[in-house]
Design a protein around this ligand. Structure first.
Ligand code: NAD
Length: 505
């Protein structure tokens, strides 16, 4: 089966790849050199309507099959994804610019593992035990699918984000219309085709590739969409929540991040330096959990800055298809310029750019990088806590390092942004680590590491990073609704409680 030939079809509706009816042609561009990966036609609102109609039509059958049947389909899907791992990695790298070693060793195997996980999770919906809680009734709960889910995903991990949205939704018996970011729709379309190949009925998984303002807003507002699950930036998340509220839809929002990386003075410095470089540069820093603010206790501060700067300078930028390349371009030229803008403004308000702060000319492999959306790993110091580079989500290979003195101060600074998605604490002291994990307000706190995720554990935000959980059994709570069913067990016509409404005992 060929998953990678698209023609100009970028809509996957009712099990078929079709052209969007939007009039403007749209190019999916490889940000490493500006070449066109695929020209497509975007969805108009009529395509969103068709996709929602397909999802609605598929709902009764899919929500009615046994969890075991859904599980088997997901297991077949995991096998198909694994068989096509190389194509998924190649297309993911072409449309995003991420290094092939990241696509190959993280994005694709993570997606396969997630698919196997949800095959198991589909059979494990939990709830309170049935029982005679009132004495006069038997009560139990049913955990039911919500209906047609409208999902919107970002461009940073297109395949994984599609999987994180689609898998729990369909494992729980919902059907779905996913709108991927228009910059990077290709692996979401491949994933949907693989679903069909796995025997998942037509209409259960639909993908519409369109612009946020038109197709996205239409999907979120659609009366036949029962739930909206969104991953993207906080400002767009607020807009999505606003639109969804108008039709009382359940919302699940995975939004921006600005993760702190707190290094206490007893930390293993070498581990912290290597950890900070990996955690800040993963996916060129276009990762909602990436380390962005390193707070380092004064005794280790200078050595930490010197260590990170040295490793940053040795990072191999180059052609993302080269397996030795550490860092590819950012996702687009516009986004590269946005990242550079943060750094230029920081220079303007007196920041020290320890290393980086510019686009590179040549790659480690001799590639001419001037054609791509590249940006050097950039380390910034000497800025105030309330400055834009400390508070704003840059979403690029940029780390700010600041010193702190007391543990109280370090933890206070870690919590001092509107975001709360992820954080890490670096220490060998059990009491410090316990305190940090308790006091840092974030959906995930790592100790002596930063970035690893696993299918069994939840991912989601606190504060302006949103609410709801992706991955893990917790995500099935998001995509199911709980119904209380209550049976009278007395067979008494005139029930005692009626006297509270009429008559006496
Ligand atoms: P974005 O908010 O610009 O776009 C996300 C998606 O929303 C895209 O599909 C886009 O087309 C769509 N969209 C845009 N405007 C819309 C509107 N008015 N109505 C409906 N949909 C609309 O985000 P991005 O730039 O694609 O991705 C980067 C952001 O995603 C960062 O803020 C990052 O932190 C966040 N993110 C969060 C998580 C998480 O799990 N919390 C994971 C990955 C990315």
């Amino acid at each position: 089966m060929d998953l990678t030939t698209f023609g100009s079809g970028a809509q996957y509706i009712a099990g078929r790849l079709t052209e969007g009816t939007g009039t403007e042609p749209f190019q999916v561009v490889n940000p490493a050199d500006g070449s066109v990966v695929q020209e497509v036609r975007l969805a108009a609102t009529a395509d969103v309507d068709s996709a929602v109609a397909a999802a609605k039509a598929a709902l009764p059958e899919w929500s009615g099959v046994t969890p075991g049947a859904r599980s088997e389909a997901l297991l077949r899907l995991a096998g198909i994804l694994a068989d096509h791992a190389e194509e998924f990695a190649r297309v993911e790298t072409a449309q995003t610019g991420k290094p092939i070693k990241l696509s190959t060793e993280f994005d694709v195997p993570g997606t396969v593992d997630n698919t196997s996980f949800f095959a198991g999770a589909a059979r494990n919906l939990e709830g309170k035990a049935a029982g005679e809680w009132s004495g006069d009734h038997t009560s139990y709960v049913r955990r039911e699918a919500i209906g047609v889910v409208g999902s919107i995903s970002p461009w940073n991990y297109p395949l994984q984000m599609a999987a994180w949205k689609i898998l729990p939704a369909i494992a729980a018996g919902n059907t779905i219309v996913l709108k991927p970011a228009e910059l990077t729709p290709l692996t979401s379309l491949m994933f949907a085709r693989a679903c069909t190949e796995a025997g998942i009925p037509d209409g259960v998984v639909n993908v519409v590739t369109g612009a946020g303002r038109s197709a996205g807003e239409h999907l979120v507002s659609h009366p036949d969409v029962a739930m909206v699950s969104f991953t993207g930036s906080t400002p767009v998340g607020k807009r999505v929540a606003e639109l969804a509220t108008a039709t009382v839809k359940r919302t699940h929002l995975e939004l921006g991040g600005k993760a702190p990386f707190v290094v206490f003075d007893d930390a293993d410095l070498d581990a912290a330096v290597h950890g900070a470089v990996a955690a800040s540069l993963i996916n060129s820093g276009q990762d909602c959990t990436a380390a962005t603010r390193a707070y380092v206790q004064r005794p280790l501060y200078e050595a930490f800055v010197a260590g990170v700067a040295e490793l940053y300078a040795a990072i191999r930028l180059g052609d993302p298809m080269n397996p030795q390349t550490d860092l590819g371009p950012l996702v687009s030229y516009t986004h590269r310029d946005r990242v550079a803008g943060f750094v230029e403004r920081a220079r303007g308000y007196g920041a020290t750019i320890v290393t980086g702060g510019q686009a590179p000319a040549k790659g480690h492999d001799g590639t001419d990088l001037s054609l791509g959306a590249y940006y050097r790993p950039t380390l910034i110091t000497g800025v105030a806590q309330d400055s834009e580079v400390v508070q704003g989500e840059i979403f690029g290979p940029v780390l700010v390092a600041l010193p702190f003195d007391s543990d109280d101060e370090g933890l206070r600074l870690a919590n001092d942004t509107p975001y709360g998605l992820a954080a890490s604490a670096w220490t060998r002291d059990i009491h410090r680590s316990l305190r940090a994990t308790r006091e840092i307000a974030a959906g995930c706190v790592w100790v002596n590491d930063h970035i690893p995720i696993i299918s069994e554990m939840p991912h989601g935000g606190y504060k302006s990073s949103g609410y709801g959980k992706d991955m893990s059994q917790y995500s099935l709570d998001e995509y199911t609704q709980v119904k209380h069913v209550m049976f009278d067990t007395t067979a008494v016509a005139r029930k005692d409680w009626h006297r509270t409404i009429f008559g006496d005992r």
